[in-house]
Design a protein around this ligand. Structure first.
Ligand SMILES: Cc1ncc(COP(=O)(O)O)c(C=O)c1O
Length: 502
């Protein structure tokens, strides 16, 4: 096996249950300079450390230095010994050596920083008793957004009828309601068999990527993105190719960049509309251009529309599938955000348009859908109620409503900070501000997020967590009430009044 320094380092860290932040902290305690970016470069295999740091890592992780450095078996390393005859620690009984399990190498390039190292550090701080203000995750319930009463009432009533599995793609009543929703959105050529419910959109994204991508197949994904798309495409063996969304153009996709990145391995285009993390909403002209590109290259369109009912300023959401009857489209939505029931885990996907292009792929989708038996049945039981009844979300997104007013507040407060600029979001509940990196000497955005966390006890996610490749953005979830946002923004403003990255 060709084990690299990074492999040995990661396995030693796992054996000791140590994370990058633990080592950085331990180094600081010993007066050693070990920065976050260096540490992450060692772990990802981009560089190897100089002698002093190598010595520190070996000591702290209780492994032999030569083994850590180049894998040489000196007979003294714990990690080496487990491949020998075992030791006190590795011995179980009867001369059997404890086997050690590493995660699959399929996960090596998978990134999901929405729950990554900065969040791990916040959890640690909380465990130590520090109160953290969390602006990092789009989970409405903890911020006082309540599920409509009718939804809870109907779920309770139906609970005893939901004890068994449903059909793999979902309860008839749920799919019927979703089909009617598809009709309202003018999504063409949808039958009951083209609708699949899932344990959130998340499960269906994973399922779609697994069923489509062979090793090396390419898929166009926006940058910035909701990182699950990139993670699932990578996990499936595909190659995510990021097209740029242009901040200067209201964060719309850069069509020239998209065209440039298409190769003969490209199978599909993903769009996230309305967008997380930018809050952009794509107008018809933009969607039409994407359809034209997909048509020219005969690509599948995956459209993540989970925020389609959280659109402000009187704008209308258009499903891209409605413009592409001749292409194969998969449209995703669910109740996590519009009905504030992220915890119930209910989402769906709608196959539409030219299904003849994808009969074999659809077989794959069915197979994976069957293999997971069905999605959460109690949550499916309230889809009809949720989609059909009073849409309480509407009161949040108009002037005087919480999401609308919180957006106004956060946008004004951010643009009031010297060195910060942003595009006003039109939908969802995220804002993706730009930092003047020269002013603050920022070269590592994850370090910026860690510094803000440690100094101001505010948790947000750096732009890199959304596959944005410059260290100049971060995302704020503006779900908390204005009083809380105000407190956070005062602290963030103060932080930017003195922050300079070393
Ligand atoms: C763009 C986008 N797609 C999908 C999801 C996942 O949603 P679900 O709760 O349906 O799994 C999220 C969650 O934040 C999201 O922002």
């Amino acid at each position: 096996m060709n084990e690299t320094f990074a492999d040995r380092l990661r396995s030693a860290m796992a054996r000791q249950d140590k994370k990058q932040v633990d080592l950085i902290r331990a180094a600081a305690e010993q007066g050693l300079k070990l920065g976050k970016s260096h540490m992450s470069q060692y772990v990802s295999g981009k560089t190897i450390p100089r002698a002093g740091i190598l010595h520190f890592l070996a000591q702290t992780l209780d492994v032999d230095e030569d083994w850590l450095k180049d894998g040489k078996n000196t007979g003294t390393s714990r990690s080496c010994r487990r491949e020998d005859n075992g030791t006190d620690n590795d011995h179980i009984s009867g001369g059997i050596t404890m086997r050690y399990f590493k995660k699959s190498s399929k996960l090596n390039n998978v990134l999901y920083d929405v729950r990554g190292p900065v969040v791990d550090e916040a959890t640690k701080m909380e465990e130590d008793g520090t109160q953290i203000l969390k602006l990092n995750i789009g989970n409405p319930a903890p911020f006082g957004f309540r599920t409509p009463d009718e939804v809870i009432y109907d779920m309770r009533r139906q609970l005893t009828e939901c004890e068994g599995y449903s059909s793999a793609n979902g309860l008839f009543s749920a799919r019927k309601a979703i089909m009617q929703y598809a009709q309202l959105k003018k999504i063409p050529n949808v039958t009951m068999d083209d609708i699949y419910t899932g344990n959130g959109v998340s499960e269906l994204i994973n399922l779609c990527m697994s069923a489509l991508l062979d090793d090396g197949d390419e898929i166009l994904i926006p940058s910035p993105d909701y990182p699950l798309w990139t993670a699932c495409a990578t996990l499936a063996g595909g190659k995510p190719v990021h097209y740029i969304c242009d901040e200067q153009a209201d964060w719309y996709p850069d069509m020239e960049d998209m065209k440039k990145k298409i190769t003969d391995r490209t199978k599909a285009i993903v769009i996230i509309n309305p967008n997380n993390p930018t809050g952009a909403l794509y107008p018809k002209e933009v969607l039409q251009q994407i359809v034209d590109i997909a048509r020219q290259h005969q690509l599948i369109i995956f459209s993540d529309e989970i925020y389609d009912r959280l659109v402000m300023d009187g704008e209308e959401h258009i499903s891209i599938a409605s413009l592409a009857p001749d292409l194969f489209c998969v449209t995703f939505s669910g109740l996590s955000k519009s009905h504030m029931i992220a915890g119930f885990r209910i989402g769906w996907m709608i196959l539409s348009g030219n299904k003849r292009m994808a009969t074999d792929y659809i077989e794959g989708l069915k197979m994976l859908s069957n293999m997971r038996l069905c999605s959460n049945v109690p949550a499916q039981s309230i889809v009809q109620t949720a989609l059909g009844g009073n849409q309480s979300v509407k009161s949040y997104i108009v002037p005087g409503g919480r999401i609308y007013e919180q957006r106004e507040f956060i946008y004004n407060a951010l643009t009031d900070i010297p060195g910060i600029s942003c595009v006003k979001p039109k939908a969802a509940f995220y804002i993706f501000p730009k930092i003047d990196v020269k002013k603050f000497n920022i070269t590592n955005d994850e370090q910026f997020a860690l510094d803000l966390l440690r100094e101001k006890k505010i948790l947000l996610i750096h732009g890199g967590g959304f596959n944005w490749h410059q260290p100049d953005h971060f995302r704020i979830v503006y779900l908390p009430r204005i009083e809380v946002l105000k407190e956070a923004m005062d602290k963030i403003k103060d932080f930017f009044s003195y922050y300079k990255q070393a």
